[in-house]
Design a protein around this ligand. Structure first.
Ligand code: AMP
Length: 138
């Protein structure tokens, strides 16, 4: 399979504004930021979507993501931010290499969310939760 643009950034074939790198993780500024400080945190493992990511790469992201959030808040002065993680074209994923957006909220700039909650039926919820728990396993 051809490398994604993020794999090419990680390899240094395409320039980026790098903010962090370790053995498993690479982070850089988004080229089309929703707000100043919009950063992408990317596992080096080239999984297309989060559900395909290994436990090891997931743990490496989890270890460093809060530290990157703290740095983005400190250096941009933002006191609020969103983490966005898109999976699949229908969910607005454009680059098929797992990435977490860190998007500071500066007044009106940042992430806009169309949130249309539905009602959770108690019986259907119990059934679904049981099935999910069984699917997740231990
Ligand atoms: P997503 O819709 O979650 O797949 O987001 C992909 C993100 O990658 C977008 O916010 C783009 O602006 C960003 N992006 C695409 N190419 C580059 C690049 N060469 N350098 C930095 N960010 C990029």
């Amino acid at each position: 399979m051809a490398d994604t643009i993020f794999t090419r950034i990680i390899k240094g074939e395409i320039p980026s504004h790098k903010v962090y790198e370790d053995a498993h993780v690479f982070a850089f500024l988004d080229i089309a930021p929703l707000s100043p400080g919009h950063t992408l945190v990317v596992p080096k493992e080239p999984a297309a979507t989060l559900d395909a990511l290994s436990d090891e790469a997931s743990a490496a992201i989890g270890r460093v993501l809060p530290r990157i959030c703290r740095a983005v808040m400190k250096e941009t002065g933002a006191t609020a931010y969103n983490i966005l993680q898109n999976n699949g074209a229908e969910a607005h994923q454009a680059v098929f290499h797992v990435h977490f957006h860190v998007i500071p909220k500066h007044g009106a700039s940042g992430l806009g969310i169309g949130w249309k909650p539905q009602r959770l039926d108690a019986a259907a919820g119990r059934d679904l939760a049981d099935r999910l728990a069984a699917a997740i396993g231990s």
